[in-house]
Design a protein around this ligand. Structure first.
Ligand SMILES: NC(=O)c1ccc[n+]([C@@H]2O[C@H](COP(=O)([O-])OP(=O)(O)OC[C@H]3O[C@@H](n4cnc5c(N)ncnc54)[C@H](OP(=O)(O)O)[C@@H]3O)[C@@H](O)[C@H]2O)c1
Length: 337
């Protein structure tokens, strides 16, 4: 089978494909014949070595997959060969066959497009859980979303509109229409001071801020909160610059994020929460299943519309990594073995 490998940290050029024997399902694992797996900014961060808690090379990237169970390891009792499943692997999904713990595989109806469902497993799940599990959003509240035209950002826009939230989204001017299409107010982060603009628009700030940057940006996101507000930090996006690790941004991330945590201690009416999808999945497997079920229902009801930017063969994994930075507003990059 073919498998994508990163054998040292670096830019897209370190991504290659190897051929090897199929893996065998171990105890409690099912082997999945992959129909679609994702390539995301988190994979690029792992590839460049900026992902907190990421793997050491050599490793196979790929945060999420959809496929068909084709072998059951000892001790598996829930799933059967031929079942279609999705799984959040964190890394390892970009291969033709992947073994995953049976407990982490969620069932998927066969009539749905695997490439569209891949977006639910990671991107839409992140957006959904940040709104409903971390921030516990209430209808009518206001939300600031950074990177609103990105993949997670767009999922937030769709889900927030369904939840009756009023959204302000930072994005480049060229993506204004994409943000406004979902009923959000766009703030041009390259030419406007988002904090000043937000205060102008809202008066006293927002109830929820979703921040994939941390560091210095999160200090400003925190200041955008009104009393009772919740800041959800869910990434360190600036630590990756032009495909490579940005050391000054790593240092700035630790300094800024520690400062915002300290501010939160001094300001009990505003909270800072950290969201990490894999941590929540470990501690609340039941939430993962429940939330995935909710997302499947929304997809079936045509209420959410995950966009697939490109379906590339596994052998073009490197090209998918090259495309990551210039394709955020056009949707998910999916590898199709
Ligand atoms: N914690 C978790 O469990 C979790 C789960 C999923 C994702 N994440 C993190 O979420 C982040 C976003 O992922 P993604 O897949 O949505 O990435 P993406 O699709 O590449 O989107 C990133 C977006 O951020 C925008 N952006 C860049 N600099 C900005 C700035 N200073 N202000 C506002 N927007 C800016 C980009 O717009 P331009 O093109 O105009 O620059 C782009 O639209 C990543 O850091 C990822 O690691 C975390």
């Amino acid at each position: 089978m073919k498998r994508v490998v990163v054998d040292h940290f670096g830019g897209p050029e370190v991504v290659r494909v190897v051929e090897e024997d199929d893996p065998r399902a171990g105890s409690g694992q099912v082997r999945v014949r992959v129909l679609a797996s994702g390539v995301s900014l988190s994979d690029a961060q792992m590839r460049a070595g900026t992902y907190l808690g990421g793997p050491k090379p050599p490793f196979t990237p790929g945060y999420e997959l959809v496929g068909v169970v084709d072998e059951l390891g000892p001790g598996c009792s829930r799933l059967h060969e031929g079942d279609r499943v999705g799984a959040l692997t964190q890394w390892g999904a970009n291969a033709e066959r992947v073994c995953v713990p049976e407990t982490y595989a969620v069932e998927i109806p066969e009539d749905l497009d695997p490439a569209a469902v891949v977006s639910l497993v990671f991107t839409y799940m992140t957006a959904y859980q940040m709104l409903h599990r971390a921030a516990q959003a209430n209808s009518g509240e206001t939300v600031l979303v950074h990177g609103a035209a990105g993949r997670v950002g767009t999922a937030v826009l769709e889900l927030a509109a369904l939840a009756g939230l009023h959204v302000y989204g930072t994005a480049s001017a060229r993506d204004r229409a994409a943000v406004e299409r979902h009923g959000a107010v766009a703030i041009d982060y390259r030419n406007e001071d988002f904090l000043a603009r937000l205060r102008e628009l809202t008066g006293d700030g927002v109830d929820i801020a979703l921040d994939p940057f941390g560091g210095a940006v999160s200090l400003r996101s925190f200041r955008a909160l009104r009393p009772g507000g919740r800041l959800v930090i869910y990434g360190r996006q600036n630590t990756l610059a032009h495909g490579h690790k940005n050391w000054p941004a790593v240092i700035e991330w630790y300094a800024g994020t520690a400062t915002v945590a300290f501010w939160a201690l001094l300001s009990p009416r505003r909270r800072v929460l950290v969201y990490r999808i894999q941590k929540l999945r470990i501690h609340h497997q039941d939430w993962f299943r429940e939330d995935f079920g909710a997302l499947l229902e929304l997809l079936r009801a045509d209420k959410i519309h995950p966009v697939v930017a490109e379906r590339l063969p596994l052998t073009e994994a490197r090209r998918a990594h090259e495309l990551l930075e210039c394709s955020a507003a056009t949707g998910k990059l999916v590898l199709v073995p």
